[in-house]
Write a protein that binds this ligand. Structure first.
Ligand code: NAG
Ligand code: NAG
Ligand code: NAG
Ligand code: NAG
Length: 106
């Protein structure tokens, strides 16, 4: 019986310290003229079924960030992704770096 209780306690607490967090899979470097289409992923702890919402405020109301043709003026722009759950808000930042491989050399 005691072993069963320990196991339950472990299952309750380990995800909170280990599994929380959000990440994005946006490419760090994007060639000028190309677009960005990526996703912000909420690494919710296994078994956490609380309702949550992942957005890119000002850019997208969903977990998907879609930008059309970036220009060198967008270089260094930062995009914040928010994951909101009851009682917690987490964020992760994506900094766009515009590469110029396809630009006409001066
Ligand atoms: C990011 O992840 C999403 C969902 O898994 C996938 O559809 C998309 O193609 C990925 N994008 C990139 C740039 O890897
Ligand atoms: C997000 O939703 C709000 C309210 O529904 C809307 O006003 C806004 O235009 C939407 N933004 C985007 C980027 O879709
Ligand atoms: C964008 O910024 C990075 C770092 O500041 C710089 O190395 C790169 O040359 C810049 N790209 C363009 C297209 O200006
Ligand atoms: C992102 O999270 C950090 C650390 O919790 C916080 O200091 C910052 O204000 C947050 N930024 C936004 C835009 O919510």
């Amino acid at each position: 019986m005691e072993e069963t209780i320990c196991l339950l306690v472990f299952l309750c607490f380990s995800p909170i310290s280990a599994g929380d967090g959000i990440a994005h899979n946006c490419s760090e470097y994007v060639n000028e003229g190309l677009g960005v289409d990526c996703q912000c992923i909420d690494r919710a702890p296994v078994g956490d079924t609380r309702a949550y919402q992942v957005t890119w405020p000002g850019h997208s109301n969903t977990s998907r960030l879609k930008l059309s043709a970036v220009s060198r003026n967008d270089n260094g722009s930062t995009f914040v992704c928010l994951a909101e759950r009851p009682g917690s808000i987490e964020n992760t930042t994506f900094t766009l770096q515009v590469a110029c491989e396809l630009c006409t050399r001066v």
